[in-house]
Design a protein around this ligand. Structure first.
Ligand code: ZN
Length: 245
C-alpha cells in the first residue's frame, strides 16, 4: 500500500490543490491527514471540504481544535490567535462539529502498521514539538508502533532509533527503513512550510518497499497571499509563505 501523508494545510487552498494533484499523478492509494487543516490561511471551509473528500484518516491539530474552542488560544502567538478567532467565525456548525470530534491519534491499534498524530505519540493533547534528538528519544520510549508520522513543526525530518536505544536524524528527503529500527517521520507542511523552502511539502510512504519519500510542489503563492490580505488576516501570515520561514 502507498500512503500519501499530508499535514498542516492551514487553509491554504492553492497549496492543497497542488499537492492533491501531485498525489493523483503519483497514484497513492490512501491519503492520511495529520491535522491543522485550518488556521493562518483564508480558505478554511474549502480546504476542510477537500480534505474530507480525499483523505481516509484525519487526526486533530491544535489549530483545528483552537478554532472550535477545544484548545486555549492563550497558548497561541498573536497572529495565530487572530487567525484562529477569524477561522472560528468562518466555520459552519457542521464544520465545527466535524473538527471537534477528530481523534488525537490513529493507528495505535496496529491496523495500518503505523501511528498518525499531529504533535507527539505521548500525550498528544499537550501539543509539544519534536525538534531535538532528546525529544525524539523520549517519544521513541513511549511508542506503541515502530513507525510514527507527525506534523506540527512544519519541517520535514526523520529520526531513527536503533534497538539499543541510540537515536539519530536521517535524511529529510528519502528514508529506507531497516526492519529492526523504529522511526518518527515529520512530513512537513502543505500550506505553510518553515524549513526555508516555500514549496508545499508532503510524503509518500510505501509499506512494501518500506520507504518514505518527501515531495515538494510549487503552487501559486501570490494567490494564497492575496486572499490572506483581503480577509484582513495579519500581513506576516501572507509574507511568510514566500520565504518558507
Ligand atoms: Zn501547523
Amino acid at each position: 500500500m502507498r500512503y500519501a501523508i499530508i499535514s498542516d494545510i492551514h487553509s491554504n487552498r492553492e497549496a492543497l490543490d497542488a499537492v492533491l494533484d501531485d498525489i493523483g499523478r503519483r497514484g497513492a492509494e490512501r491519503v492520511v491527514c495529520l491535522g491543522d487543516v485550518v488556521g493562518y490561511g483564508a480558505e478554511p471551509g474549502a480546504c476542510l471540504a477537500e480534505v474530507r473528500k480525499r483523505t481516509e484518516l484525519i487526526v486533530a491539530g491544535n489549530h483545528d481544535w483552537g478554532a472550535v474552542g477545544k484548545v486555549d488560544l492563550n497558548f497561541f502567538n498573536r497572529s495565530a490567535r487572530t487567525a484562529a478567532e477569524w477561522t472560528a467565525g468562518e466555520l459552519t456548525e457542521p464544520e465545527r462539529i466535524f473538527l471537534a470530534q477528530l481523534p488525537l491519534t490513529l493507528g495505535q491499534g496496529g491496523a495500518e502498521g503505523f501511528t498518525a498524530v499531529h504533535s507527539t505519540p505521548d500525550h498528544p493533547q499537550e501539543w509539544r514539538y519534536i525538534l531535538s534528538i532528546d525529544e525524539a528519544e523520549f517519544q521513541f520510549e513511549r511508542m506503541a508502533q515502530p513507525l510514527c508520522f507527525v506534523g506540527h513543526s512544519h519541517q520535514p525530518i526523520a529520526w531513527q532509533c536503533h534497538s539499543g536505544g541510540r537515536c539519530s536524524v536521517v535524511s529529510r528527503e528519502y528514508l529506507l527503513m531497516e526492519p529492526d529500527r523504529r522511526y518518527i517521520v515529520n512530513v512537513g507542511s502543505v500550506g505553510q512550510p518553515r524549513d526555508g523552502d516555500p514549496r508545499a511539502c508532503y510524503a509518500v510512504y510505501d509499506d512494501q518497499r518500506r520507504e518514505v519519500v518527501v515531495h515538494r510542489v510549487e503552487y501559486d503563492v501570490a494567490s494564497a497571499q492575496g486572499k490572506i490580505l483581503k480577509a484582513g488576516l495579519p500581513r506576516r501570515l501572507a509574507e511568510r509563505l514566500a520565504s518558507g520561514l
